[in-house]
Design a protein around this ligand. Structure first.
Ligand code: F6P
Length: 485
């Protein structure tokens, strides 16, 4: 890479801005939808750069080089660089270590953690592969932005191979207390891997605190807890909390579209109840779907006046279906929906509508518009953007957001009705309150919520990243005292 080229951003994540799908007619390049894509892609489209990611397909052979595609098709603005993974790697690294060890561990589901050395080895190898692809793409002056628990070892690789590279890392899920982290046999490797970065971001201060305590206790690193700085290998690593925002205006625009409003109206007519509740999430045990269904059933038992008058739409987006815990959950959820419907349905009324599929953005917003009550009740969640999307879509400032106190977003979204998703009776009572809430209170709460979501949107979040990198570039001073050198 020439030093003369302007500095660019190299994004690195397990999934990226595109999914590659092998079809009989060749590779189809399909735009991906995620919070990260909405945040960062507009920036890459404007300024150029590279997105390094797996792309979701199985590599055609062992040593496939990985595609380099100018994207978007027809009007290329940046490069999508594929990191091809073999079937074994997908199984051991993605279904294995990331989603059967790190994911449950970080969400406090210790009983679901599987720690296997061959899965760990695959994680180490795949992280090295991502680092190698990143180094091929990044010039000396570029900034590399690595994402999430899939790639915790990448920063240390990059630091070792190219010490001057500017690095940012964002961890998108909860970061557990070191008591829990210590159960992972390779926990110190994860911490050392992350400390390769210059700036490390989390959604919440609680995750920052957990991380700082972990490096202090488990690695003996010197930490300035107040300033959020770790002194390590003659460097200082800035650690901060920047809860991700959404593209508020895009949701408002979509909600204002006549086609979306008509679709919402049709949905309500089809279901034909007075009060409609909605939940949308990946089918994941962290999301509390089963507990929510049990609370819905309890509501219909204890408050029979809602029978025939209130229904729940549960959209469960298929996810990680090769992992046994997810397949088992699907069976349990479907059996529970079946039981509730057989108990309370009559010829005209059905209490739960269950869909096992994803929804495109415009359809999703129509569902948000149709819903009087949004139930976002995860057992644990790093942040939760669905809650913010519902808030942004309710242009008329009606609707009630019921939010788990264990979702990171509960720290920010002060107008939400908070619930403890482990307390089925308590949750049923809150569903009752939410379904019966008057307009004046709905609108008071929604105003508060919209103010927060509008101000702390995706542009605010991107700006946090720019500011954090600027601090890193401007810093000088004593970095001694490192225990890790
Ligand atoms: O929350 C972490 C995360 O990586 C999100 O960014 C994303 O929505 C979700 O998990 C998707 O998981 P997967 O890539 O396993 O489908």
């Amino acid at each position: 890479m020439s030093q003369k080229q302007p500095a660019k951003i190299v994004m690195v994540s397990n999934r990226g801005s595109y999914n590659l799908q092998a079809t009989r007619d060749g590779i189809q390049v399909v735009p991906a939808i995620s919070g990260l894509v909405s945040a960062v892609e507009p920036f890459l489209r404007e300024k150029g750069g590279v997105w390094v990611a797996w792309g979701g397909r199985e590599a055609p052979q062992e040593n496939s080089p990985g595609l380099r595609l100018p994207v978007p098709e027809g009007n290329p603005a940046y490069t999508f660089r594929e990191v091809p993974l073999t079937a074994d790697e997908i199984n051991l690294y993605y279904h294995g270590f990331t989603n059967s060890a790190l994911w449950p561990l970080c969400h406090y589901f210790l009983e679901k953690c599987r720690y296997e050395v061959r899965e760990w080895s695959a994680y180490v190898d795949v992280n090295a592969k991502f680092a190698a692809a990143t180094l091929e793409e990044a010039g000396e002056r570029d900034t590399v932005w690595v994402n999430d628990y899939h790639l915790a070892l990448v920063p240390a690789h990059l630091r070792h191979r190219r010490p001057q590279l500017k690095q940012f890392f964002f961890w998108h899920i909860p970061f557990p207390h070191h008591d829990l982290l210590a159960t992972l046999p390779w926990a110190t490797h994860i911490l050392r891997g992350l400390l390769g970065t210059d700036v490390l971001g989390f959604h919440l201060q609680a995750y920052v605190d957990n991380f700082l305590q972990a490096v202090a206790h488990m690695l003996g690193a010197r930490v300035d807890f107040e300033a959020g700085i770790v002194f390590w290998e003659q460097r200082r690593i800035h650690v901060g909390a920047w809860p991700m925002g959404i593209d508020y205006q895009a949701f408002q625009r979509q909600a204002a579209s006549p086609a979306t409003m008509a679709r919402a109206q049709k949905l309500r007519e089809q279901i034909g109840v007075e009060r409609l509740a909605l939940s949308v999430e990946r089918l994941d045990y962290t999301k509390g779907i089963l507990e929510r269904l049990l609370a819905w059933e309890r509501l219909l038992e204890e408050a029979p006046e809602w029978r025939g008058r209130a229904a729940l739409i549960q959209v469960a987006v298929p996810s990680r279906t090769a992992v046994p815990a997810y397949r088992q959950l699907k069976e349990q959820v479907e059996a529970t929906v079946g039981r509730i419907n057989s108990r309370f349905s009559d010829g005209n009324y059905q209490p739960v509508y269950y869909f096992w599929r994803g929804l495109p953005r415009r359809e999703l917003v129509a569902y948000y518009l149709a819903a009087d009550v949004m139930l976002v009740t995860p057992l644990r969640d790093g942040l939760n953007l669905v809650a913010k999307e519902y808030v942004a879509s309710r242009r008329d400032q009606t609707g009630v957001l019921v939010l788990s106190r264990f979702a990171g977003a509960a720290q920010e979204l002060k107008g939400a009705v908070l619930v403890n998703p482990y307390d089925i009776d308590g949750m049923a009572m809150i569903f009752n309150t939410a379904l019966g809430m008057g307009r004046a209170e709905q609108s008071k709460r929604l105003q508060l919520l919209q103010e927060r979501v509008r101000r702390h949107d995706v542009h605010w979040w991107m700006n946090c990243f720019h500011q954090a990198m600027a601090v890193r570039e401007g810093e000088t001073g004593d970095v001694s005292g490192s225990a890790g050198s």
